[in-house]
Design a protein around this ligand. Structure first.
Ligand SMILES: [Zn+2]
Length: 169
């Protein structure tokens, strides 16, 4: 089931999500819906708060469903290490039609568990490191616009306010 994605301004996007501690059929369904929503939108990553569920859960697939090997489901991710820097254009399904250059770690090691509660660990670089960093931010109530200069952030905020006023957000 493709779920509606919350947009900038929704309070759920600003909360610190709680860890997943029950690994059951309900979680499997949530994960399945998140994957379908990510592919249907389409996007390369989705965090549970974006569909209004404040759990530390994210799905990532740089191939957007083309290559099953690339699908990542991670609960309770923690950054084991983050090294270097990369700067590239970045957007977010919750801030549609906006993208800006954002600094992220060049390489990251991220550990957590999958939807079955099994330990997982990823060594990521480039776009995947960017994606992990972006998704982990979501679980802490942080959006990519928070990494921008106050000037750029206000510009985006004002544009969104105008869109919201016109009923287009
Ligand atoms: Zn996002």
């Amino acid at each position: 089931m493709i779920l509606p994605i919350l947009k900038y301004g929704a309070p759920e996007l600003r909360k610190v999500s709680r860890p997943v501690d029950v690994f059951n059929g309900e979680l499997e369904i949530l994960v399945k819906n998140m994957i379908e929503t990510m592919y249907g939108t389409p996007g390369i990553g989705l965090a549970a708060p974006q569909i209004g569920v404040n759990l530390q859960l994210s799905t990532i697939d740089l191939s957007v469903g083309e290559d099953p090997q690339q699908l990542i489901v991670i609960c309770n991710p923690r950054v084991v290490s983050a090294e270097g820097e990369q700067r590239n254009e970045e957007g977010c399904l919750s801030v549609p039609d906006f993208s800006e250059m954002v600094w992220r770690p060049a390489q990251m090691v991220v550990a957590g568990v999958n939807q079955k509660g099994e330990e997982v660990r990823y060594t990521a670089e480039g776009l995947l490191a960017r994606c992990f960093s972006h998704e982990i931010d979501h679980l802490n109530g942080v959006l990519f616009v928070d990494h921008l200069s106050p000037l750029k952030r206000n510009l985006i905020r004002n544009k969104i306010k105008k869109l919201a006023k016109a009923g287009e957000w």
